[in-house]
Design a protein around this ligand. Structure first.
Ligand code: ZN
Length: 436
């Protein structure tokens, strides 16, 4: 059995060290792992991600904690021999980041306990996210910001952070923020007159190194409150990103950053009003459009329509603005007018307006379609005195479009993704109507 002395336990600022290779192993995925007699590399664990860096000329891409068997340094590059002395070097910016998030978590968790007696149940420092799950009664922005204020006050007082080694008996007499997860000798992290908690991670030497703590958002999660926070370098990166977003939005209005929310709500309000107005106007326009379509129908009936449009068949021209209207049996006046037409970029609402305007006229059936982006839309309607089951025709048409739809015998809606089959679907409906 090999073991590794953990240099990071005593000094989180130790970034370079020499060590002897005591064993090599191959992981399941074929990568080589090196065990050293001592290391300053912090392995993944305790809610903190692994350090990276170099070992000789090789990259250390991951470190795995195997407890009493030491730390496995997963390397990419030249593999040293057992017995070699190698030089290790930690990636400082990554270590600093982890150390700030992790120490920040201690401080923030302690602040929630001090103010609201709200203990932390779990925490995670991930590659980009930091979160704690706390048992906070009645969570609110105000309460959470109060804890953030206290945490930052402790940071800006640059209180010392020290490590104490104690036995479990000694620990039992101390006011620890959380119960130790292990037996035997314990490593306690003490933040001057503020927090005392067992932990094996890497910490700042004083609270000031954490820089600042900010909370991005929070939500309820499994009976607890999950708080998403950022400390130090991550808080700065997050500020830059957020500020850029706010400035980009403000630039759209040629306004200041602080004015954006008011201007955005105004646009949303204007948009709602305009949408209502467009809907009203569309209704009026639909009536005019319906008149024109019906005029066309009448001219087919009274003119040479029977020559141009075969009896009992609906012809649909796919071009925008063109349509054919047929009535069943052009020799007599018994069948309904069938207005069949496909539009481009027309919403379901707009089709419905037109269908209602058409079927306000007697003995009329409207079979309308629209190519609305990648969606094929259909609205079928008939006047109360016309024959035909729109619900049934719609179901048949939608199966051609690979979609779904339905409704009442006098009005049905539907659609599908097969936009190219729209003409075919409407023709099938017209045919179905004639045959019924
Ligand atoms: Zn810790």
């Amino acid at each position: 059995m090999s073991t590794t002395e953990r240099l990071y336990y005593h000094d989180s600022r130790l970034l370079e060290f020499d060590a002897r290779v005591i064993s090599l192993s191959e992981l399941d995925d074929g990568q080589i792992a090196v065990t050293l007699d001592q290391t300053a590399f912090y392995p993944t664990g305790g809610g903190q991600p692994t350090d990276t860096g170099t070992l000789g000329d090789a990259r250390v891409v991951d470190c795995i904690d195997v407890e009493d068997d030491g730390v496995l340094h997963v390397i990419q590059g030249p593999t040293p021999e057992v017995g070699d002395t190698v030089h290790g070097k930690i990636d400082w910016l990554r270590r600093l980041d982890h150390l700030q998030q992790h120490t920040g978590q201690h401080i923030l968790s302690a602040a929630f306990v001090k103010l609201f007696d709200a203990p932390t149940h779990s925490f995670r420092v991930l590659e980009h996210e930091c979160e704690i799950d706390i048992a906070l009664d009645e969570p609110s922005d105000e309460r959470i910001e109060e804890a953030v204020d206290l945490a930052n006050q402790i940071i800006w007082e640059s209180r010392p952070i020290t490590i104490r080694q104690v036995t479990s008996e000694q620990a039992a007499t101390l006011p620890l923020r959380k119960e130790p997860a292990r037996e035997g000798e314990l490593r306690l992290i003490e933040i001057g007159d503020f927090d005392l908690t067992p932990c094996g991670g890497t910490h700042a030497k004083s609270t000031g190194e954490v820089g600042v703590i900010v909370v991005r958002s929070w939500e309820r999660a499994k009976g607890l409150t999950r708080v998403h926070f950022r400390a130090g370098v991550r808080a700065l990166a997050d500020y830059r990103k957020t500020n850029q977003t706010a400035r980009d939005v403000a630039a759209l209005f040629s306004a200041g950053r602080e004015d954006s929310p008011t201007l955005v709500s105004k646009i949303i309000e204007d948009n709602k009003r305009l949408t209502r107005r467009v809907s009203e106007l569309e209704e009026v326009a639909s009536r005019v459009e319906a008149e024109e379509l019906l005029q066309e129908a009448v001219s087919y009936r009274t003119g040479s329509g029977s020559d141009r449009v075969p009896v009992g068949m609906s012809v649909i021209d796919g071009e925008r603005g063109s349509s054919r209207t047929v009535r069943e049996g052009s020799d007599n006046n018994q069948g309904p007018f069938v207005i069949a037409k496909v539009f481009d970029d027309r919403s379901a609402d707009s089709l419905k307006h037109l269908a209602l305007a058409l079927t306000a006229h007697p003995n009329t059936v409207a079979l309308l379609g629209s190519r609305d982006g990648a969606t094929a839309r259909l609205v079928f309607a008939r006047s109360s005195d016309a024959a035909g089951d729109m619900n049934m025709l719609m179901r048949g048409a939608c199966s051609i479009l690979g979609g779904r739809g339905g409704g009442r015998p006098d009005m049905a809606q539907g659609g599908g993704k097969d936009v190219a089959a729209l003409d075919k679907a409407i023709q099938a409906a017209a045919q179905g109507l004639i045959e019924s």
